[in-house]
Unconditional design. Structure first.
Length: 313
């Protein structure tokens, strides 16, 4: 892969005077270009840096400060002891193809074998507990915004079928609490990852055994109900490892948040499922993988919708 002008800017910002030896594409989702840059420093030492360019800000509703937000948040979370890549640099001017940032390369993999699944589920739950207990006030300085109201946003993502119409009708009736003026939210606002799924969690073999070494891709970070990240992880764990894995993860997470109000969990499960179904064709999945993931996600949506509608009857 040929280096772009922005990559060369990132090299100079990360290690002035370094030579770029190689550019290796990494898996970075559908809205960002992510590559590993191999640098040779003036001392002869070699350094790996991740270059991440948010090239599809419009589709994800991001503004031009998405890299700045991610860079600032990573610094705050790293300082708090959370396992995230340390930020190195962000673009100094407005680039042509989207804002970018450079960060530490963390050597790890999101792949988890059956033998390691139980430990991985505990680690994933533990990280989320620590994130949701982090200082929300400090995180606000990174420019995090409140996540959108699910009852206002959800109808646009729902399928045009009997289930979708039933949910829309119930929301439009004004019965759900969210549409009441100044309604009190059931849970305190926390720092949300915004896309907390197994593909964004990296593990590696260390002297202490297999460990969670980094949680990546913070471009969707926001402030809001902790149930958002819980719902996202539940549907994605179901897709990746089955319903039992999602249940084990949920029990371990909730053990750290015994007072959490779960009333809105079906609502957030509908939100994350419907938004995933509406954009899944953009994820670059193989046809059979997309078909299987779409079927599981749709079943998750239907189950959440049944709970949501039954609670109102």
């Amino acid at each position: 892969m040929k280096a772009t002008a922005d990559m060369l800017k990132a090299v100079e910002a990360a290690s002035p005077g370094a030579t770029l030896l190689d550019v290796e594409p990494l898996v970075g989702g559908s809205s960002a270009m992510v590559v590993r840059l191999l640098l040779e420093l003036a001392t002869g030492e070699r350094r790996h840096v991740v270059f991440r360019q948010h090239a599809d800000r419009v589709a994800k509703g991001h503004d031009s400060r998405v890299a700045e937000k991610e860079h600032a948040l990573l610094a705050i979370l790293a300082d708090a002891g959370l396992e995230v890549p340390a930020p190195i640099a962000i673009c100094g001017d407005e680039p042509t193809d989207g804002s970018w940032l450079a960060m530490e390369f963390v050597d790890g993999s999101s792949a988890v074998t059956t033998d390691h699944l139980d430990g991985a589920l505990s680690a994933i739950a533990d990280f989320l507990i620590r994130l949701h207990r982090s200082d929300t006030g400090t995180a606000r300085t990174a420019g995090l915004q409140a996540i959108e109201d699910p009852l206002l946003a959800l109808p646009a993502y729902l399928p045009d079928d009997a289930t979708g119409r039933a949910i829309r009708q119930h929301i439009e009736s004004g019965v759900p609490r969210r549409l009441e003026t100044n309604a009190q939210m059931p849970n305190d606002s926390v720092v949300l990852h915004g896309d907390y799924w197994p593909g964004n969690v990296l593990f590696a073999d260390t002297d202490a055994g297999r460990q969670l070494v980094a949680v990546i891709d913070w471009e969707d970070a926001a402030l809001g109900d902790p149930l958002v990240d819980l719902a996202c992880a539940r549907v994605e764990l179901t897709c990746s490892y089955g319903a039992e894995a999602a249940r084990v993860f949920t029990d371990r997470y909730l053990a750290g948040f015994a007072s959490l109000n779960l009333t809105d969990l079906p609502l957030w499960e509908m939100y994350v499922s419907a938004t995933a179904l509406s954009s899944m064709h953009l994820w670059g999945l193989a046809a059979d993988e997309e078909e299987a993931r779409r079927a599981t996600t749709r079943s998750f949506l239907d189950a959440a919708a049944e709970k949501f509608l039954n609670a109102a009857s």
